[in-house]
Design a protein around this ligand. Sequence first.
Ligand code: PLP
Length: 349
Amino acid sequence: MPAWENNIRKVVPYVPGEQPKGDSIIKLNTNENPYPPSPRVLAKSEEFEKLRLYPDPKAEVLVEALAKYHHVDSNQVFVGVGSDDVLAMSFMTFFNSDKEILFPDITYSFYDVWAELFNIPYKQIPVDKDFRIIKSDYFIPNGGIVIANPNAPTGIAEPLSFIEDIVKNNPDSIVIVDEAYVDFGGETSLPLVDKYDNVVVVRTFSKSRSMAGVRIGYAISNSKLIKYLNDVKYSYNSYTMNMPSLALGVESIADEEYFQAMIKKVVDTREWFVKEINKLGFTCPKSSTNFVFATHKSVPATDIFKAARENNIILRHFSNERINNYLRITIGTKEEMEKLVSFLKKYVG
Ligand SMILES: *Cc1c(COP(=O)(O)O)cnc(C)c1O
């Protein structure tokens, strides 16, 4: 073994859901939005003439659009290449304690990967038997807290008061609230940003804004924490945001009506789909997201997963023991979900 082997940072990477090629597949495994982005986004191609230039390192147009949208100051907004980038930067910036950071055992499976990558000690706190986060478990000494609300892959949302209790009981650490799915029915923690000095709310354009391919995420916090985040970003890569993303992000924010209409379509389909699968013997926690986390009373999740795959329907299955009899099913178009329901009727019915 060469000596340099000892000096290499070895990590077990996060494994994203499969991105198959081909149009005949019903893809319900990575929580993408089935509808196109706003027509305003699609019309914005003139921006591409400016691609020979570096983008604005401050991403000002997008930061200002987001600040206006959320009624905060522009120095309270940080943007990044998807919320994965914003979360990774936040871990690097805010979690530099010898104490363990805390997050649930069942949650977004990137958190432990970043903790490992950045050598941050961490503790995964078990959710209860109904997959609910137990807030008092977070009232212990720690180096930081990360809560996805609504949580993934369970889809469960907790109210603002629940997050506020965690924040209030942890004045000595930064609490990151990952709101990737909040637009589909959660309660935002944004009001806490002005009330406490230790809250960072992270959002993404990938799910509710149908822009997973563009890679835009952002954080909202107080100006002090946003400055710390920017200092880390400028020490790593000044040009994280490319020019088309900046322009397209602004257009998406400008089209509130379209945004609300697409969310309503997804939520309506979700409510219909849950009723349909309940009739077939599936149960799932109440979803406040664009996916449902479903288990069947007798047919194992892995069997359903494989059979669906053979029928060109891709769902998400996790090997983690606590949830390996569940499937995370993204809400697609009504037509896609009808096809899934008719497959399930034949398969488990
Ligand atoms: C999808 C997701 C993200 C990352 O989304 P980006 O595409 O990187 O913005 C972050 N957190 C949770 C909980 C997610 O489900």
